[in-house]
Design a protein around this ligand. Structure first.
Ligand SMILES: [Zn+2]
Ligand SMILES: [Zn+2]
Ligand SMILES: [Zn+2]
Length: 787
């Protein structure tokens, strides 16, 4: 007989809060093994006494049969002292677990099929219970205060389990074994419907019933969900949505819609197989889908005329006006399932916040902050520890691309294989200014925060500081290096200095150029070999020469980084004013093309829209360079072209002009391009002269060519620019990063053309390609350049 030994197996990865220990327990019982399993701050630890043959079988089966949501990053086996165990048990936590806290915190998971069946089964004790969950589903990140993931360290600690729930919780064979948020109608969180004063109007099932009636009446409800409040209204109800837009001061930005089921989504949108899988995944994000309604707009308008209040078959045009896409999701908590089953029509489910503020998470706070937005409040008493917005994804080239990383994805780490082990730095990255996220890097991993928002309101800044503290606390993380954007005016850059000085001795701060951070985020995600050509196109980023960059080409090798190309800079009249009024950009472009407003061809509507004295004033501003910072931004070039084509005046949300231009493109237009000039010379930044592009666009426009044709040609010209520069530089790997590549037509055509020309294009998929990815890129840049 072979000798048995005692082994300790330490498994790191996504192994807590998803039924990993009961899985190990069940497997050990089946294999007749003795020992124990427990959670630790590092992951899961197993101690087991067996022969080497048994060990092989045990490990093979762990890897092959592990729970669906789990992921093993490392599995370490070491010999331990023989004890002579008589049985296999699941051990409780050691009271003091002083190991490093590196276990992976799981994101919140959408309701599983089994829980769903229970809440709709009138015989089940959880029938209609809106907080039903199990080890396969339910809240995680939004309720975790500290590691390890155990009930006392979550916001569920205040609920004492009833006898039945407790039995489930301690039974390793039960689906709810150690399901930390386990609860039922008897012992768990409760639902209440409040009016604006906070008076209780109804509770339990009655609250759901009344809420549904109010939604049908066209009322706006603030509903406390998983990671924060939503503002909810009937998506078919024009009036309700108009009121919501007025109250939120959000005239055009598309609103997300929650549908009762997939079939109803298909009535309004095109859904591919991969999009369907994403909608139904445990992350359950908002997916940007192509509207079908554009195809039968006429029908819609007819029925709209007959009944201005409600259009029974279609969602209101007000949901996403002038937009070819719709942000769509499915119910992901029992509460959402219960509401939508009753309503059986799509509802608006937009973040419960004032414009540019963080999402609201507390019901008392909501009564104050959302009072002028909502008519009623559907709330519960399970505290949300941290705000986690809905994630937004879209499908590009048949692959998922995360645009906003929140619920369902945050805070899963990005693994950095080239993190230097010999010098284990602990790096805090503070991100940029818009769509901010922060990140911490240690142990060859980068943990990125959920989407926080634009850092221009005191509430968001408070949430920003909280997120830094919380993420640091969970992982007992103390930075020895801080990285931030190079822009001196960003709050995040200034906060880096402040944090640095708080420590004695102070922590070093390194500023990373915005577009290099964009490119290195993609390099990190795909673990790319250098050299490569990094292309970063976006709206605004601070450049080395104090101008605003945003159309950048970098040659990046192990030994050097060279800015080899950019767009010919143009002035932003009035600085940030020009971003809100694309006409100012259009005028600046025209001035550079025709040297003077006098020479601009007649009949251009943009010129006609100004009086001669206004034009004179603009001419002086441009000639004398009064508050006209220069930019090479492709995002701004999009704004300018959209304005020249007279498709937008003032914008009300970031990226609006570029989106409007994207929506004009058509796959059926001939593949033609405009002319541009670019020549490569060593050791200088070579500018792409776009003036001929603008001149030819004006000619097409004046010849009354279709806007669709012009927009398509403009997009394809940008693709051609990338192709030609790639061919000149001739490195195989091409990185495409920055907010401009959220444009599906631009990115997909670029990928296709680069592949046809034997290049390997890479773009961010798990990390936002926009400024939400900067924090990860800042850490990745430091790591790569430390080697
Ligand atoms: Zn479940
Ligand atoms: Zn209970
Ligand atoms: Zn950017």
């Amino acid at each position: 007989m072979m000798a048995k030994n005692c082994y300790q197996i330490i498994i790191k990865g996504i192994v807590q809060g998803i039924g990993f220990r009961p899985f190990i327990y069940t497997l050990a019982i089946e294999l007749d093994l003795k020992g124990w399993v427990k959670n630790s701050g590092e992951g899961v630890v197993i101690e087991v006494e067996l022969t080497t043959v048994e060990l092989d079988i045990f490990i093979t089966r762990i890897k092959a049969e592990k729970p669906l949501q789990s992921e093993i990053y490392s599995l370490e086996i070491k010999l331990s002292n023989w004890v002579g165990y008589q049985q296999f048990t699941i051990k409780n936590l050691d009271t003091i677990d002083n190991r490093r806290k590196t276990a992976i915190v799981l994101p919140d998971l959408s309701t599983c099929q089994e829980c769903l069946e229970e809440i709709f089964n009138s015989q089940n004790r959880r029938y209609c219970y809106p907080f039903t969950n199990c080890t396969n589903c339910g809240p995680r990140y939004s309720i975790i205060k500290d590691l390890p993931y155990d009930r006392p360290f979550t916001t569920m600690s205040k609920f004492r389990m009833c006898k039945e729930c407790e039995e489930e919780y301690y039974n390793p064979k039960n689906r709810r074994f150690h399901a930390q948020p386990n609860a039922c109608q008897k012992c768990g969180p409760k639902l209440e419907l409040w009016n604006k004063k906070g008076n209780i109007l109804a509770s339990f099932d009655e609250a759901i019933k009344k809420s549904c009636n109010l939604i049908i009446e066209g009322k706006i409800l603030a509903v406390k969900g998983l990671g924060g409040f939503h503002l909810i209204a009937d998506a078919r109800h024009n009036e309700a949505i108009k009121i919501l837009r007025q109250r939120k001061n959000r005239p055009h930005k598309p609103l997300a819609v929650m549908y009762p089921n997939l079939e109803k989504i298909k009535a309004d949108c095109l859904v591919s197989d991969i999009e369907k899988n994403i909608l139904l995944s445990v992350a359950s994000p908002i997916v940007l889908l192509r509207k079908v309604s554009n195809l039968n707009n006429l029908n819609q308008k007819e029925s709209f005329k007959n009944n201005p209040k409600i259009d029974n078959n279609y969602i209101s045009e007000e949901v996403a006006p002038h937009n070819n896409y719709l942000g769509v999701m499915l119910p992901y908590t029992p509460l959402h399932h219960l509401l939508l089953k009753k309503l059986n029509f799509p509802i608006i489910a937009t973040s419960g916040n004032q414009k540019n503020e963080p999402i609201c998470i507390d019901e008392i706070e909501a009564l104050d902050r959302l009072n002028c937005l909502a008519d009623y409040f559907l709330i519960h008493n399970r505290p949300i520890f941290r705000a986690v917005d809905d994630s937004i994804v879209r499908v590009i080239d048949n692959q998922m691309m995360i645009l906003r990383r929140g619920r369902g994805y945050a805070p899963l780490p990005i693994k950095l294989l080239d993190f230097p082990e010999e010098k284990p730095h602990k790096i805090l990255a503070l991100g940029g200014n818009l769509k901010n996220t922060i990140a911490i890097g240690f142990n060859q991993q980068i943990f990125t925060s959920q989407h926080i928002g634009d850092l221009d309101k005191p509430e968001t800044i408070k949430a920003y500081k909280n997120t830094i503290n919380n993420l640091s606390k969970i992982y007992e993380f103390q930075p020895d290096l801080i990285v931030c954007d190079a822009h001196p005016d960003y709050f995040s850059s200034q906060y880096a200095e402040e944090l640095s000085k708080q420590k004695k001795p102070s922590i070093p701060v390194i500023q990373i150029q915005h577009h290099l951070a964009h490119i290195f985020a993609t390099i990190a995600e795909h673990n790319l070999e250098l050299p490569l050509l990094g292309i970063a196109w976006d709206g605004t980023g601070y450049g080395f020469d104090d101008t605003i960059w945003g159309g950048e080409f970098f040659y990046i090798s192990d030994t050097e980084i060279k800015r080899i190309g950019s767009f010919l800079p143009f002035p932003l009249m009035g600085g940030s004013q020009a971003i809100l009024q694309p006409k100012r950009i259009a005028l600046a472009l025209l001035n550079l093309v025709y040297n003077n407003f006098q020479n601009i061809p007649k009949n251009l509507s943009i010129i006609d829209s100004y009086s001669s004295s206004e034009l004179k004033l603009f001419q002086t501003i441009l000639d004398k360079k009064i508050n006209t910072p220069l930019t090479s931004s492709v995002g701004r070039l999009f704004d300018g072209v959209a304005s020249l084509l007279n498709i937008i005046d003032n914008i009300t949300f970031e990226g609006q002009a570029a989106m409007n231009l994207e929506f004009l493109v058509s796959d059926f237009c001939p593949h033609k391009t405009y002319t541009f000039q670019w020549q490569h010379q060593e050791n200088i930044c070579n500018y792409i002269d776009w003036r001929s592009i603008i001149r030819e666009i004006i000619n097409d426009y004046l010849e009354k060519k279709s806007l669709s044709l012009i927009a398509t040609k403009f997009h394809l010209t940008l693709v051609e620019i990338i192709k030609q520069i790639s061919q000149t530089i001739n490195t195989k790997n091409i990185v495409l990063s920055g907010g401009c590549f959220q444009n599906k037509f631009l990115l997909e055509n670029t990928i296709q053309v680069l592949k046809q020309n034997h290049f390997n294009p890479y773009w961010s998929q798990k990390i936002p390609i926009n400024d939400g990815g900067l924090s990860i890129g800042q850490i990745a840049f430091i790591i790569r350049n430390m080697r």
